[in-house]
Design a protein around this ligand. Structure first.
Ligand code: HXC
Length: 268
């Protein structure tokens, strides 16, 4: 499956930029001329960088942002246009590389400005929190292209904001602005465009300052709410809560509270 955009881009800058900001990993989707369209090469590289940050003990949380004015306007339509059923079926398109993104154990924040459409909205929803700039616009416009969402849109949208809006977005292809997305429960916070990155990095740094194993346990436990019934989910939470008493960070966190000092977590 050829992707001319990618080969052209590869001659220039990397499609995903990876940086460190203290204990926070920052990943920037870097195809601003194509509104960060998510080609296979972008998703491959994003998966590589996410896995590297997940394995790096000195990173406690990750932020994904888009270069330029958009988060991502979807999968790369130019690349997909000629693909046949057998092309996508045999290469296991989407599952092959997108599923890696959901397996990251550390908290991942999507910092969304501008368009988060199609695969861009699905990528944001694969993250654990979405912080949106006031100009963010979310949508699943695949129906316009004669396809349906393929990276979780029809599954994560109804879980995030209910059937009514999920059907509306997927069937009409309309976009939802940041305020509506916040009211509907898709995004955690809406912030001014100019402070988006700072707010996302600050939230990530705050998370990364807490105990990493506890942050991972919280992520697993919240995600379990979408994979199980209530009693199973509660049992999972209870057992994991019990397990947190095996951490040095539990001793430190509670001792610090009792001593009226700030906790210093060692992530073990
Ligand atoms: C490839 C894209 C793109 C995309 C934008 N571009 N979206 N290229 N794939 N998804 C390119 C345009 O071709 C253009 O390149 C440049 O980015 C700027 O886009 P414009 O259209 O000129 O900008 P604007 O007029 O502001 O319109 C913005 C827009 C529109 C409304 C977001 O670009 C748009 O409708 N894009 C497609 C959105 C979409 O349908 N997404 C879902 C994709 S399917 P040039 O070279 O002309 O300057 C999908 C399925 C996921 O995501 C399945 C699982 C992965």
């Amino acid at each position: 499956m050829s992707d001319l955009h990618d080969s052209k881009d590869k001659l220039a800058e990397p499609l995903v930029l990876a940086e460190r900001r203290g204990r926070v990993g920052l990943l920037t989707l870097n195809r601003p001329d194509h509104l960060n369209a998510l080609s296979d090469a972008v998703i491959d590289l994003l998966g590589d960088e996410l896995e590297a940050m997940d394995a790096d003990e000195s990173i406690g949380a990750i932020v994904i942002v888009g270069a330029g004015k958009a988060f991502a306007a979807g999968a790369d339509i130019g690349a997909m246009a000629q693909w046949s059923y057998m092309d996508v079926y045999k290469t296991n398109y989407v599952s092959r590389n997108w599923d890696r993104l959901a397996r990251v154990r550390k908290p991942v924040i999507a910092a969304v400005r501008g368009f988060a459409l199609g695969g861009g909205c699905e990528l944001a929803m694969t993250c654990d929190m979405i912080i949106a700039a006031e100009d963010a616009r979310f949508g699943q416009p695949e129906i316009r292209l004669g396809v349906l969402p393929g990276a979780g849109g029809t599954q994560r949208l109804p879980r995030a904001l209910g059937k009514a809006k999920a059907m509306d977005l997927c069937l009409t292809a309309r976009m939802m602005d940041a305020q509506e997305a916040e009211r509907a429960g898709l995004v955690s916070r809406v912030v001014p465009v100019e402070s988006l990155l700072d707010e996302a990095l600050e939230a990530a740094a705050r998370i990364a300052g807490f105990s990493l194993p506890v942050a991972i346990m919280i992520k697993e436990s919240v995600n379990r709410a979408f994979e199980s019934g209530l009693s199973e989910g509660l049992l999972f939470e209870r057992r994991t809560f019990h397990a947190s008493f095996g951490l040095q960070d539990q001793k430190e966190g509670m001792a610090a509270f009792v001593a009226k000092r700030r906790a210093s977590f060692t992530h073990c």
